[in-house]
Structures are given as structure tokens and as C-alpha cells.
Design a protein around this ligand. Structure first.
Ligand code: 8YV
Length: 315
């Protein structure tokens, strides 16, 4: 079998890029200065595409790859892939679920601890010498508080298990009620109203764009903190900034943003906000496991015509 031609749409870590280069003819599209020229010259031979979760691939772009058979996403989120278009063309789309669940859930818990107990602010307090002047602030006990999870998928469930261990109670909303021992609320506004921490853990994409809007934040109210480990697109970011500026909500813990790596300037100076640079899956172990699964999907497809983790919409 001839070595398949693969388009690399984003810079990949060496532990994925090198094994790919060993087994495929890799075309580093992301590094090409003349992208149109690159597509005109190479587009006709590309059979596989590898992209990160943060890259958006448009139907127009895919139209320049007429022989494309598979898009293997290095990430669990595939909101950057036009899945309906891929279905029409018979292009397989795969992602890297499960292997990153624990790490992403850990980040959600960290953001709950950091915002709820003020740990990042208190770290600044020690470093700036504030402790030499006065005692630390008192914060609020987490045990007994309610965590409302928007999107009780694999990651949402892993978050639920962790916060239960902290003595917190769990409620959730999502497309449907599940057979779980947590309170179900019919929509995100009702969930926000019932929650001390509203944790966003649903997929990104058109269906969830700006789901957490001004009305939802008002329902969360002064007692509430919003935590996002999913996609920046799910929260209306200007409404969030306005709610924080007006004191409508208590705080925010954010690992993801609408226009990464750009973060709204107003958030940078807020003391009740904790900001992380999209590190949900960013451990050596997990990124390696994601890389292995990303390549394994390509390998399985080109060797057997089957993939390991087809996205559910195409199953
Ligand atoms: C990664 C993610 O940052 O898996 C996802 O959907 O957002 C993250 O784990 C990203 O996909 C790496 O390309």
C-alpha cells in the first residue's frame, strides 16, 4: 500500500509529530507560508488530516482536499470540525475521549478550590508582604455547597465524583435526564439559580454558543462562581465581564476563552477571577495518551477501514 499523505493542520508535539512522520507522508500545512499554493499543489493527494482541538476547519478548506478520508482530532472537542459536511462526504472524524477525562476534571476541581477558598489571591497576599501587615481574609466553606454541572458527560461525571468527595452536592443539566444520583434541572438558568458553582463541561459548537448568557449569570447571582473547563464559546464573554464588573456574580475560574490565547483585558485585573491557559489535558502522560490515540485512529483506518473513536454524530 502506498504511504498515505497526511495534512498536519496545527503544530503538534514531537511525541505525535515524529511517529506520524515515520509512518506517513506528512505535509505541514500550518507552517506553509503560501497556504493557497500549498493546497493547490498537495491538496489532491491528502487522505488524512490531523488537527488540534482548537483549530477550526471549514467546508471550503476541506473542499480543497477531494481525497480526504479521515480527520483525526488531537483532543476530545471537535467543535472545530464541520461534522455534517464530513458526513455528507463520508469523511470519518475521530477524537481522543476518555484518556483526558481525569486531568480535565482535576482542573475543574482546582478552579473550584482556587476561586472558592481564594487560594490564588492568598498566594498573592503572601508574596506582596500583605501577611506582614494583617491576617488573611476568611473565605467560604466548600462542603455543603452546590456544584451545578452543565453537561454531565464523561468529564462532567468525573467532576461530580471529585466534588462529592469534598462534601459538595451535585446538580446537573444537559440534553436529557440520566440515571445518576444527582439532581436534574431542566435548563441552565434553573441550574445556575440552584448552584454555588456553575461548572461548564459541555461540548462547544453551535448548539452551546453563548448558552451561559447575562440572564443565566443573573440567576447564578452574588453567591455564585462560574467555572469553565470546556470551551470559551459556551459563555458570553462580554456578559461575563459585565457581570463580574457589576458584582452580579461572585467570581470566575476559567481555563478556556473565546479567542485564545487572548483573554479580555478587564479580567486580568480582577481579584475574584482565576485564569489558566487552557491546561485541562496538559500533562505529559495525558498528552502522550492523546497523541497515541490520535495516531492509532489513523493507523486503524488505513490498515483496516475502521477507526477506534468515531465521534458519536457519525456512529
Ligand atoms: C487540548 C482540548 O488543548 O481535548 C480538547 O478538546 O481542548 C484540549 O485537551 C487540545 O485539543 C489540544 O490540541
Amino acid at each position: 500500500m502506498p504511504t498515505p499523505d497526511i495534512l498536519i493542520a496545527a503544530a503538534l508535539p514531537p511525541f505525535l509529530a515524529e511517529p506520524l512522520r515515520a509512518d506517513y507522508r506528512c505535509h505541514e500545512y500550518y507552517a506553509a507560508s503560501d497556504k493557497a499554493g500549498f493546497l493547490a499543489a498537495e491538496g489532491g493527494r491528502i487522505r488524512g488530516l490531523v488537527q488540534g482541538g482548537h483549530i477550526t476547519t471549514t467546508p471550503d478548506f476541506l473542499a480543497a482536499l477531494p481525497k480526504l478520508e479521515i480527520i483525526s482530532v488531537f483532543g476530545v472537542g471537535y467543535d472545530g470540525v464541520p461534522v455534517d459536511y464530513c458526513r455528507q462526504r463520508g469523511i470519518k472524524v475521530t477524537n481522543t475521549p476518555d484518556v483526558l477525562t481525569d486531568d480535565v476534571a482535576d482542573v475543574a476541581v482546582a478552579l473550584i478550590l482556587m476561586t472558592g477558598r481564594g487560594f490564588v489571591r492568598l498566594d498573592r497576599f503572601v508574596r506582596s508582604g500583605g501577611w506582614l501587615e494583617r491576617g488573611p481574609e476568611l473565605t467560604t466553606k466548600l462542603g455543603g455547597q452546590k456544584v451545578g454541572i452543565l453537561g454531565l458527560g464523561r468529564i462532567g461525571k468525573a467532576i461530580a465524583r471529585r466534588v462529592e468527595a469534598l462534601g459538595m452536592t451535585v446538580a446537573y443539566t444537559g440534553r436529557h435526564r440520566q440515571d445518576v444520583p444527582y439532581q436534574f434541572l431542566p435548563d441552565v438558568k434553573a441550574l445556575a439559580a440552584a448552584s454555588d458553582f456553575l461548572v461548564v463541561a459541555s461540548p462547544g459548537g453551535a448548539a452551546t454558543r453563548n448558552l451561559v448568557n447575562a440572564e443565566v449569570l443573573a440567576a447564578l447571582g452574588k453567591k455564585g462562581v462560574v467555572v469553565n473547563i470546556a470551551r470559551g464559546s459556551i459563555i458570553d464573554e462580554s456578559a461575563l465581564v459585565a457581570a463580574l464588573q457589576a458584582g452580579t456574580i461572585k467570581g470566575a475560574g476559567l481555563d478556556v476563552f473565546a479567542d485564545e490565547p487572548r483573554v479580555p483585558a478587564a479580567l486580568l485585573t480582577m481579584d475574584n477571577v482565576v485564569l489558566l491557559p487552557h491546561v485541562g489535558s496538559a500533562t505529559h502522560e495525558t498528552r502522550k495518551a492523546m497523541g497515541d490515540l490520535c495516531k492509532a485512529n489513523l493507523d486503524a483506518w488505513f490498515a483496516t477501514g475502521k477507526v477506534l473513536t468515531l465521534v458519536p454524530e457519525l456512529a
